[in-house]
Design a protein around this ligand. Structure first.
Ligand code: G3P
Length: 218
């Protein structure tokens, strides 16, 4: 399973890249706003900066909701850097846009996916990735991981090449469950990724190794 970092924060992207465990980055307009990135040129430069730090795919989201607007934005975003994947919302104009962009060789990440039907349309339109938001499903009492399991099974059964990119991951156990479900990618904030390292027996074991070493070498 690939790990994407779900942030527009340069310092977190550098930290994860230095760990050597991330395969890409996803952003969205809320994450860009959180970093205070505004104005087209600043936004474009920020995407280019992210691409210069990581090796893999970097998702950059359109803000238009009409077909022509999405295509215009997608062409501009894709021209910024070969690592850019254009994020498009799963609305009818978005599905049209994904189909068109796919035929132009522009890779897409279909976002704001909350059920199987939406994911099916994204896959049929040729999306490179489909992004089910599992945390937001859990927030309303549904089961985000079950959707990941279903999509992985259905895409495998029908041979869709679209990759299941689990998004809106809120905690470390979500990552483990996505892996068990067979997600192609999990995009996560940095903290849940670092949380994978935590185990009290590791801390206690390391402390014991070091204190035994200190005793002998004092
Ligand atoms: O990748 C989508 C993600 O950024 C949404 O996460 O926590 O706002 O639901 P969240």
């Amino acid at each position: 399973m690939k790990f994407f970092l779900d942030t527009a924060n340069i310092s977190q992207i550098e930290t994860a890249q230095n760990l050597g465990i991330i395969d890409g980055v996803t952003t969205n307009p809320s994450l860009m706003a959180k970093e205070g990135i505004k104005g087209d040129e600043n936004v474009f430069n920020h995407y280019k900066k992210i691409c210069s730090i990581v090796d893999g795919d970097v998702s950059a989201e359109v803000i238009s909701t009409d077909f022509e607007g999405m295509i215009g934005e997608a062409e501009k975003l894709a021209s910024l850097h070969p690592q850019i994947v254009v994020k498009i919302p799963v609305i009818s104009e978005g599905i049209r846009a994904i189909k068109h962009l796919t035929s132009m060789g522009i890779r897409t990440n279909c976002t704001l996916v909350f059920n199987t039907g939406q994911a099916l349309l994204a896959a049929k339109a040729g999306a490179t990735y489909v992004s089910p938001f599992i945390g937001r499903l859990d927030d309303i009492g549904e089961n985000g991981i079950e959707l990941i399991e279903k999509l992985v099974d259905l895409f495998n059964y029908y041979g869709y090449e679209t990759q299941v990119l689990a998004a809106s991951i809120r905690h470390t156990n979500h990552i483990i469950k996505c892996m068990e479900a067979g997600a192609d990618v999990a995009t996560c904030p940095l903290d849940p990724i670092l949380g994978l390292l935590n185990h009290p027996l590791t801390d206690a074991g390391l402390e014991k190794f070091l204190s035994d070493h200190r005793k002998l070498n004092a």
